[in-house]
Design a protein around this ligand. Structure first.
Ligand code: SF4
Length: 260
């Protein structure tokens, strides 16, 4: 039994009379709820936002530049770097030397990315495409970074990662986000993915695992149960174990790390 099935077994469904109508649910919402239910409340019910850090600003910039580059269908490194300039998100409050170093690092990442793309045998099918698919009373929403068709005709779901915290193939095979995207591909567009990949653009590495669609029953049960619990919840209990990694740790009223 995978971790999704374990979670579902450990979290009973709310009684039917307490379940309101379905909700729209995304990977990011489920991730927040799993990390700390109170974080879900702050982010998705109270609409708290976190200011971009230098790392997240660069991540946003790279995602946007790559989306525009592939959507245009252009192929020159110069154009990719122009789109990088157009997409630049300035990290608020960062000192100028840090911003300059960040900018140079991002440009270097894209030059290397461009060389890898030039040598790739796969074809980009689409980028940043949104899916909305019904699941029981709920609607599952997602935006897939990229789907490639490999030379053998199989489809590969790709999620760009701009950090250097690399995980392995076994983690990719079990990853909730990648599995939701492969599920959405089939549920919304009738396309069967064969591969799940994290493309670590800053590390020049792609981690790929085969996709096993037989796990979709377990995935659907998990998403449905989590969405049922969120929809029925009156209170959201904090999970303090996540506080050290939480974006809101210095301003959340429940945080033990919040200052005076
Ligand atoms: S700071 Fe802690 S309690 Fe508050 S939302 Fe984040 S993880 Fe939850």
């Amino acid at each position: 039994m995978g971790w999704l099935a374990d979670w579902t077994a450990a979290h009973p469904a709310p009684p039917p009379h307490k379940r309101p109508a379905g909700i729209e649910v995304s990977y990011s919402q489920l991730r927040a709820f799993l990390d700390c239910p109170w974080l879900y409340r702050l982010r998705y019910q109270q609409r708290w936002r976190s200011a971009p850090t230098p790392a997240s600003a660069l991540g946003q910039t790279l995602h946007r530049a790559l989306e525009l580059y592939h959507a245009e269908g252009t192929s020159t490194a110069e154009r990719l770097l122009e789109l990088y300039e157009d997409s630049w998100v300035n990290p608020p409050g960062a000192p100028a030397p840090e911003v300059l170093a960040l900018h140079a690092r991002g440009a270097d990442v894209l030059r290397r990315y461009w060389r890898q793309e030039r040598d790739s045998k796969s074809k980009v099918e689409f980028v940043e495409r949104e899916f909305l698919a019904p699941l029981g009373p709920h609607t599952v929403r997602g935006i897939v970074d990229r789907v490639d068709r490999r030379p053998d005709g199989t489809l590969e779901v790709i999620d760009y990662k701009t950090h250097l915290d690399l995980k392995d193939e076994a983690a990719a095979a079990q990853d909730l986000q990648l599995r939701m995207y492969a599920w959405g591909l089939r549920a919304c567009w009738g396309l069967g993915a064969r591969w799940l990949s994290w493309r670590y653009v800053a590390a020049d590495r792609t981690v790929t695992a085969p996709y096993d669609p037989s796990g979709e029953e377990e995935l659907e049960a998990f998403i449905t149960r989590a969405a049922d619990i969120i929809a029925a919840a009156k209170t959201f209990a904090p999970d303090f174990s996540y506080c050290p990694r939480c974006d809101f740790k210095l301003r959340c009223e429940r945080s033990p790390l919040k200052g005076p």
